[in-house]
Design a protein around this ligand. Structure first.
Ligand SMILES: *Cc1c(COP(=O)(O)O)cnc(C)c1O
Length: 426
């Protein structure tokens, strides 16, 4: 599949049936798998042979869908997780433990910010947050001797900042650590971070990849490009024997597959954030049309952003594909096909006007969700970001009047008419 274009990978990647086998990916709804002898089974536990034994660790349906996303991103190995939160937690915890440090962009998704700044801090992992627009000097100054990774989002949710992936990759590699990119909003249809130097990519597949609001899920993809063994002392988890697996050294035994192998063998075994095979099947249905849907989401996003920008009751609009956007140049470079369908804007009159406006929308439903076939909207300051104080809100790029509108796949004229009538009522 690697020679095919992204559209072909969306439709046919990850699974090629043989003669007489199901055309669609089969849902292997089985917790466990049968073996003839204890010896056969023992080899699996010793990581001597590969094969399925328990769906908490691996399941064939989930693996086929992970393989498709891996091909779409141009990666070496991938795994599905039960949510985007689990994907980002595993992606960091696989290489950073108590006493370690991570550099992250300050405009990341509120749920990820909470995971990093509150929950993982309790586990002894420190994060330094830098604005995505920082200079190279400011970025380099954030590193410490115990820094183990750099983390950012291609297009931040909901701030919609566009990350200069090459700038972040350069700094990460200068300090001998990998760059992890959450590529949820762009999807590999619009941006493939490995082509710009990222080492690991994560996804909340709950968003555009599923695209129909049907199944929560996540994914981690490894490019296989980061040389763990060249930095043995920095990454002992990958480069020294694992006592919980008979002294295996992942980076020696599994080479380019070491990172995903360890995340499966250790983290999935111990934390068990496994997706259901049924959910993986639904995700695959979404992936089959991702390239068609992304184009329409972007088309609707741009039409709506242009309408809002010209409207007198709108204070400001953030959408990277608008010429007026400070991220327009970065978007042209990293997202030439368009960014996404999510538009952020401020309603004149602040928080109360924003809430009133949203109440009058008919097509756009109020949901803590984005990237769905159906248009939806949210007031982050009173929902997803409400645990943040004012300073953190500003750092995250979320003001009190911010409305996040996720343009679906409806007709753009209908969406604009709905916005127009709701604006008239404030
Ligand atoms: C939604 C989201 C997450 C969290 O994903 P869940 O599937 O809701 O757990 C992580 N990162 C980004 C960019 C998101 O939009």
């Amino acid at each position: 599949m690697s020679n095919y274009k992204i559209e072909t990978k969306c439709v046919q990647g990850g699974y090629t049936p043989g003669n007489g086998e199901p055309r669609q990916i089969p849902i292997i709804q089985s917790t466990t798998f049968k073996y003839a002898t204890s010896e056969d089974m023992g080899k699996l536990f010793d990581l001597e042979a590969s094969g399925y034994f328990y769906s908490r660790l691996q399941n064939p349906t989930c693996d086929a869908v992970a393989a498709k996303i891996c091909e779409m991103e141009g990666g070496f190995a991938a795994m599905l997780t039960s949510s985007g939160q689990a994907a980002n937690f595993y992606a960091i915890f696989n290489i950073a433990n108590c006493g370690d440090h991570v550099v992250a962009s300050s405009t990341i998704y509120g749920g990820t910010f909470n995971l990093f700044a509150v929950t993982m801090k309790k586990m002894g992992i420190e994060f330094t947050f830098v604005t995505p627009d920082c200079t190279e000097e400011e970025l380099n100054a954030a590193f410490r001797p115990n820094t183990k990774a750099v983390f950012g989002e291609t297009i931040a949710n909901p701030a919609l900042t566009v990350l200069d992936i090459e700038k972040f990759a350069k700094a990460a590699h200068a300090h001998e650590v990998p760059l992890i990119i959450d590529n949820t909003f762009a999807t590999p249809v619009n941006c493939r971070p490995f082509e710009w130097g990222a080492d690991i990519v994560t996804h909340s597949t709950t968003k555009y990849m599923d695209g129909h609001g049907a199944a929560v899920g996540g994914c981690i993809v490894d490019s296989g490009n980061f040389d763990w063994l060249a930095h043995r002392e920095k990454f002992p988890g990958l480069c020294t024997p694992d006592d919980s697996y008979h002294g295996i050294v992942y980076a020696e035994k599994f080479g380019k597959g070491a990172y995903i192998y360890k995340a499966t063998a250790q983290l999935m075994r111990d934390f068990g954030s496994t997706p259901a095979p049924q959910s993986a099947f639904l995700l695959n249905l979404g992936l089959e049309s991702l390239h068609v849907r992304m184009a329409r989401h972007c088309e609707n996003g741009l039409a709506v952003a242009k309408f809002l920008e010209a409207h007198e009751k709108i204070a400001w609009v953030t959408y990277a594909d608008l010429e007026s956007s400070p991220y327009h140049e970065l978007a042209k470079k990293y997202l030439p096909k368009g960014s996404c369908g999510v538009v952020s804007f401020g309603v004149r009159g602040g928080r109360q006007a924003a809430e009133k406006f949203m109440k009058h929308l008919k097509l756009a439903a109020i949901e803590t969700h984005v990237a769905d076939a159906r248009t939806c909207c949210l007031h982050p300051a009173s929902a997803t970001h409400r645990q943040m104080n004012d300073e953190e809100l500003i750092a995250a790029g979320v003001s009190g009047d911010l409305v996040r509108l996720s343009c679906g796949l409806e007709n753009a004229e209908d969406l604009i008419a709905d916005l127009a009538q709701a604006l008239e009522q404030i």
